[in-house]
Each structure stands twice: as structure tokens, then as C-alpha cells.
Ligand binder design. Structure first.
Ligand SMILES: [Zn+2]
Ligand SMILES: [Zn+2]
Length: 318
């Protein structure tokens, strides 16, 4: 009985300490915030940071989970599309479909990099973010407009970083030692977006992270980590979609001509040359690294037109 009493007292003590510490941390983190004035997402944010009490840990866990969920969540529809023959007519290299074994091997390799290379980086992100004044647990959230223009800036910065870094990785010395791994799949698929050597992940990934950090420093801390999360999610969508191997009539590049899309990056994997940028087409155009790409797509379109003409003639003859 005495043991039970001791245990009970101990648990009660722990619970009281936890509740009072949570209240302390709420007081510490959000002393000037009235939860009643917050929106739904902001209240979740408030509850999450108050519950975990440690902004470094809370931010690390959220960043890692977000990355995993968005990455694999975005890959799932592409795995399903690869399994459905209906979509084959929009596959850029229709005769090269990824096998289940390739997709599984790729998933394992990507997970290994996520846990060994990206997890420590994600955990190290908080002090970096704090050093440039980025808001993390802070509330309220920034406006949609502010988030939108900051993300547009990050897209431009990352694209330029990626263009020059990627071109550098195609120098034979670096290609053989580092970038060749990413080119394992000459007909890429969504999961292959982050299939790369750890050094490549580190160097090219810096374009995604350092742009916002530099911007935040330059703006005197006028940026929230939520903007960073939306940006990283969109950047993951961009990277996975451009490796998907599909160019649909409703793909973004059909409405926004500057957007690179799978059309652009699939060629880079097929031919191992040109189309070095990530999100946009203008740098490849300015530096003349898209000439063979345009000539090839033109030739393909011409061949398709001739084949369709012949098929129509054949149809009439019957
Ligand atoms: Zn490459
Ligand atoms: Zn690629």
C-alpha cells in the first residue's frame, strides 16, 4: 500500500509539475498573446509549442515530419499514375517505366539520406534561424501576401543557385564522384527527386535553406518559419513533379511558360546534358543550355505529327 501511495504521490507531483511548467512556458513564450484572438491554425501552433515547451525540439520535430510527409505524400500519386496505363500517353519516355524494385531501392536510399544527412541539418536549423531573427514559435502568423512575395523571391534565388551548382556538378571530376548517382535513372520518377549523393544534397539543398536565411537576415528578421515550411513544401512539389516523367496538358508549364516542369528536367535525365535549372527556364535560355533540348522536342513533335498523319491515311485506306 505504501508503495502504491508513493507511486500515486509521485505521479501527482509529476503531473502538477508538468502542468505548471507548461503554463510557465506558455507564459514565457506567449505572455502577450490572447489565444481567443488567434485563428484555428494559430491556436494549434500555440498549443503545440506550449505542450513541447522546448522551441528547438518542437521546431526540429515539426520540420522533419513535414519534410517526410510532404515528400512521400507527393510521391504517392506518381506511383499510382505509373501503375495506370491510361496516363501512359503523357509519359515523356513511355517505354521506360520504373519497376517496383527500383522504386523500393530508391525509397530506402532516400530514407537513409533523410535520417543521416537531413535530420542533423534540420535539427541544426533552429539556431541558424534564430541567429538571423526568424520567427518560429511566435504568433500571429504573417499575412498571405507577405508569405507569397517572400516565397517568390526564394524560388528565384534557389533556381539560380541550383543552375550554377548543377552545372558545376556536371564537370567530369565532380560528375563521376558525386552527381552520377542522381543520374542513375535516365527516365526519372517522383521518388528519385532526392536520390543523390549526400554532398549533392548538402550543396544543392543549401539553395533552398540559405536563400530564406539570407533574406531573413537582410530584412532584419521580417520572416516567419511558417513561410519557410510553405516554401519547402512547394519546392518539394516542384522537385518531385519535375522528376515524375509526365508532361500533362494541364501541367503548370502549359500556363506559365517560364516554368520548367518535367518536360525540361526529364530531358536532362534522358540525355545527361542541358536544362540545369530547377524551377524556371530563363537561365538555361540566357546561357544557351537549352538549344539541343528545344531541337529534340521539335523533332519529337514532328515525328508524332507524321506518325499521326500516316495512321489517319492507313485508317482511310481500310
Ligand atoms: Zn544533372
Ligand atoms: Zn534530377
Amino acid at each position: 500500500m505504501a508503495t502504491f501511495d508513493l507511486l500515486y504521490q509521485g505521479l501527482k507531483q509529476n503531473a502538477t509539475t508538468f502542468i505548471s511548467t507548461a503554463a510557465d512556458s506558455q507564459q514565457m513564450l506567449y505572455s502577450t498573446i490572447n489565444p481567443a484572438q488567434l485563428g484555428f491554425l494559430e491556436r494549434l501552433w500555440f498549443a503545440y509549442y506550449s505542450y513541447l515547451r522546448d522551441p528547438v525540439l518542437a521546431t526540429g520535430i515539426m520540420s522533419f515530419l513535414l519534410h517526410e510527409l510532404v515528400y512521400f505524400g507527393r510521391c504517392l500519386p506518381w506511383i499510382a499514375i505509373d501503375a495506370m496505363p491510361y496516363f501512359r500517353k503523357w509519359k515523356l519516355q513511355p517505354n521506360k517505366l520504373p519497376t517496383a524494385k527500383q522504386q523500393w531501392e530508391c525509397t530506402k536510399a532516400v530514407l537513409l539520406v533523410h535520417f543521416t544527412v537531413e535530420l542533423p541539418q534540420i535539427h541544426a536549423f533552429y539556431p541558424l534561424a534564430a541567429s538571423v531573427g526568424m520567427k518560429t514559435y511566435h504568433l500571429p502568423f504573417p499575412s498571405y501576401l507577405q508569405m507569397a512575395y517572400q516565397i517568390a523571391i526564394f524560388f528565384v534565388i534557389e533556381d539560380a543557385w541550383h543552375y550554377f551548382g548543377h552545372r558545376l556538378f556536371h564537370y567530369p571530376y565532380l560528375y563521376k564522384r558525386i552527381h552520377k548517382l542522381h543520374h542513375t535513372y535516365s527516365a526519372p520518377f517522383g521518388l528519385a527527386a532526392e536520390y543523390a549523393h549526400p554532398i549533392e544534397t548538402l550543396v544543392l539543398g543549401a539553395g533552398t535553406v540559405c536563400g530564406p536565411l539570407a533574406y531573413c537576415w537582410w530584412s532584419g528578421g521580417d520572416m516567419h518559419i511558417l513561410t519557410m515550411y510553405v516554401w519547402i513544401s512547394l519546392r518539394l512539389f516542384q522537385a518531385i513533379d519535375s522528376h515524375s516523367g509526365y508532361d500533362f496538358p494541364w501541367s503548370l508549364n502549359k500556363f506559365f511558360g517560364l516554368w520548367s516542369g518535367a518536360d525540361h528536367h526529364d530531358y536532362h535525365h534522358e540525355k545527361f546534358i542541358e536544362c540545369y535549372a530547377s524551377s524556371f527556364r530563363y537561365l538555361d535560355w540566357i546561357f544557351g543550355t537549352d538549344k539541343k533540348f528545344h531541337a529534340y522536342r521539335k523533332l519529337q513533335a514532328e515525328q508524332k505529327r507524321v506518325a499521326e498523319q500516316q495512321a489517319a491515311k492507313g485508317g482511310k485506306a481500310h
